[in-house]
Design a protein around this ligand. Structure first.
Ligand code: NAP
Length: 367
């Protein structure tokens, strides 16, 4: 009997690769194979049960595959794409990647002769600060934008096939030119990561002269610089890969900073107000809480009195309403003032469902 199953190979089964695998595994006529370069990772992939089978062999993973997703760090993408172009792939095989930058991999694909295969770059714009297969979830891409950047050799038929398969991720597929993708993502994600790291390191420098900096930086400063704690290796690769775009963006950023210096030098209060107003207006037009290049927070804050058993009461109540809490933190709690508790949720629905039970217990709930 002829085997009609569609074979999907995932190279690099970490957070993103593992999450894609979970979207496909168990669906009718789909078989998912995971490739890893290390045997200990292979064991973790098997333990997490995200693929139908896992292998250390590139050839075995690629052989007869209908789709190949490269989900390795940006710096390793070209190696695998070149390697695949030298193998005998199944005619019509569609190769895609999930890298956070798109121009360089698109340029690489355009130089390769892939007579039988199509390369269509991809970037699912959802993620997390966590990494590894243990953090994978089939819900990761739900409602997120998933950018596709077809290369010269990709046919419309191949694009439609990939788009069809990616329906399993329940994301919104959007077609964007690679260079435009890198410019936009550079501005809304890569530049903010640089600024967050620079800001934290600036304050770290002050802190080395005075301990009070770290103490008082709890709360708001910690929140707005959350992305400074992202994986250094992943971000090294992304920033170097998008270097040209980022150098232009940093020139614009320097210009923005200079404008603030001028406003302060001139003691121009109206100018400062106008800058805040312009920013506030544009910010209020941004879509709310959709998943994006930077993972949004789904946090609620409640005032809590400092007395024993409060955490137990809240977690029991949320548990009774089957609301999944992903983190809980007391931001400040002293005997004389109520503490502020932060409750974190994995998604917006869970966060919304938590509000009513907390209010019914008499808590003031803030978003
Ligand atoms: P991850 O959780 O660390 O997963 C990467 C996987 O690739 C790991 O299993 C890793 O194994 C493996 N790997 C690393 N170097 C390799 C190599 N040379 N050959 C084969 N496998 C290798 O990282 P991730 O967050 O899923 O990121 C993967 C890709 O997704 C990156 O290109 C990133 O730009 C992109 N992306 C990330 C996000 C995000 O928020 N995280 C969002 C969108 C796109 P080891 O444990 O052995 O290193």
């Amino acid at each position: 009997m002829m085997n009609t199953s569609t074979k999907i190979a995932i190279f690099g089964v970490g957070l993103i690769g593992g999450s894609l695998a979970l979207c496909f595994k168990g669906k009718p006529n789909l078989t998912v194979v995971g490739y890893s370069h290390r045997s200990d990772v292979l064991e973790r992939i098997k333990a997490r049960d995200v693929v139908d089978y896992a292998t250390l062999s590139i050839e075995e993973a690629a052989q007869d595959a209908d789709f190949i997703f490269l989900c390795v760090p940006v710096g390793a993408l070209e190696y695998y794409l070149k390697k695949l172009s030298s193998l005998k792939l199944k005619p019509g095989c569609i190769i895609s990647d999930v890298g956070s930058t798109k121009s360089s991999i698109a340029a690489c694909a355009n130089t390769l002769t892939m007579t039988e295969a199509h390369f269509i770059g991809g970037h699912p714009m959802a993620g997390s600060e966590r990494s590894g297969v243990e953090a994978a979830t089939s819900l990761l891409f739900e409602n997120a934008y998933y950018v596709l950047t077809p290369s010269k050799n990709a046919t419309e038929e191949a694009y439609a096939k990939l788009e069809g398969l990616l329906q399993h991720t329940r994301s919104h597929i959007i077609r964007v030119q690679p260079q435009l993708h890198d410019e936009i993502v550079g501005a809304i994600s890569h530049l903010p990561h640089i600024i967050a790291v620079a800001l934290v390191n600036q304050v770290r420098g002050y802190h080395q002269k005075n301990d009070l900096y770290r103490l008082l930086a709890a709360g708001g400063f910690r929140d707005i610089t959350r992305i400074a704690s992202s994986d250094p290796v992943v971000w090294r690769d992304i920033l170097l890969n998008n270097r040209e775009v980022l150098l232009d963006l940093l020139a614009d950023w320097t210009e923005e900073v200079q404008q603030f210096r001028d406003l302060l030098n001139r003691q121009d209060g109206d100018g400062i107000e106008a800058a805040f107003k312009r920013a506030g207006e544009f910010r209020s037009e941004l879509p709310e809480r959709r998943k994006g290049a930077i993972q949004p927070l789904f946090d609620l804050y409640i005032d809590v009195p400092d007395h024993p058993g409060i955490i137990g009461q809240i977690t029991t109540e949320l548990g009774a309403h089957q609301v999944n809490l992903s983190n809980i933190q007391i931001i400040e709690s002293r005997e004389d003032v109520p503490g502020l508790m932060r409750l974190s949720f994995r998604n917006e629905q869970e966060m919304e469902r938590a509000k009513a039970p907390l209010q019914a217990l008499g808590y003031m709930v803030y978003v």
